[in-house]
Design a binder for this molecule. Structure first.
Ligand code: ZN
Length: 290
């Protein structure tokens, strides 16, 4: 009898505990997310800005062959068939696709509406081409202000900068970039968030294989930006649009004013288009001409 009463009491107590108020939803972020570094121990996230570009196939193949993941921050010119194929190739191989704005502006110069325009164009393109809404954005040049953070926050996008720069668009040649990777591997910080550029040939073909080997032998796991933060790469994952012809039509209406606008400097652009054979022969001042 006593045991039975005790059991009843315990069950009632359990029921009471069960009925106690519980948090009904996950804790929401209270302020914009601004990220400089990974949080998961012993991870390194190698990221590539300014694509989709033709080198992406070899970059992805190199990453794959060494058991590494990369993250691609992409901007405009996504709807032509080549660009669609490039984005799909990286995505289908399990690498992260993120936003680098549509027209690569200096975001601190933009109005609230212009900021949203820059963000939604990329979101829409990625939804159409690979069926995802990105959860991460990297502002061009790493430039942002509070309005940029608020706009990104309102669209569910985390703003990612970096804590290591290979220097590939600010004058470092391949050897200098390799030296930088050596240096950081020797310093052995807990994590690394590495900035590189997809459009630089020496990054794709010379520095990247070296950097992967160097970081892996220093004990880092090479993962995506989202993985190194323990976060989801996309706000949602749905179905890509399958009508490529439809998307190619969009290319003509959205490709504006041109897909070959200056990205960082006249000299690098000339290099990019094959007019300059070797960047290492150029002086620092001439590289920063634009
Ligand atoms: Zn960029």
């Amino acid at each position: 009898m006593f045991a039975s009463a005790l059991l009843t009491f315990c069950l009632a107590a359990l029921a009471t505990v069960k009925a106690a108020p519980q948090p009904v939803s996950p804790v929401k972020r209270q302020s914009p997310s601004l990220i400089y570094s990974c949080t998961q121990p012993n991870t390194a996230a190698i990221s590539f800005d300014d694509g989709p570009y033709d080198y992406i196939y070899d970059i992805v193949n190199t990453l794959n062959s060494k058991g590494a993941k990369g993250t691609f921050f992409m901007r405009r010119c996504m709807y032509d068939q080549d660009s669609q194929d490039r984005i799909k190739y990286a995505f289908n191989n399990g690498h992260q696709i993120a936003s680098h704005t549509w027209s690569h502006p200096n975001m601190v110069d933009l109005s609230w509406d212009q900021l949203h325009n820059e963000m939604w164009r990329v979101e829409e393109a990625l939804q159409r081409i690979i069926g995802v809404t990105p959860a991460f954005i990297r502002p061009p040049y790493g430039n942002f202000n509070d309005q940029v953070l608020q706009a990104a926050y309102s669209r569910g996008q985390n703003v990612v900068i970096w804590d290591f720069d290979s220097g590939d668009t600010v004058g470092a040649d391949a050897q200098e970039s390799k030296n930088r990777y050596d240096q950081v591997a020797n310093q052995r910080p807990n994590t690394i968030m590495a900035l590189n550029h997809e459009v630089v040939a020496s990054t794709a073909y010379d520095v990247l294989p070296y950097a992967i080997d160097r970081l892996q032998s220093a004990g880092y796991q090479l993962v995506t930006v989202a993985e190194c933060l323990g976060m989801e790469p996309y706000q949602n994952v749905g179905q890509a649009q399958t009508n490529d012809e439809n998307l190619r039509q969009l290319d003509w209406t959205l490709r504006q004013p041109s897909c070959v606008q200056p990205l960082f400097s006249r000299t690098l652009r000339a290099y990019h288009w094959g007019e300059v054979a070797d960047l290492t022969s150029l002086r620092w001042s001439s590289i920063n001409d634009g």
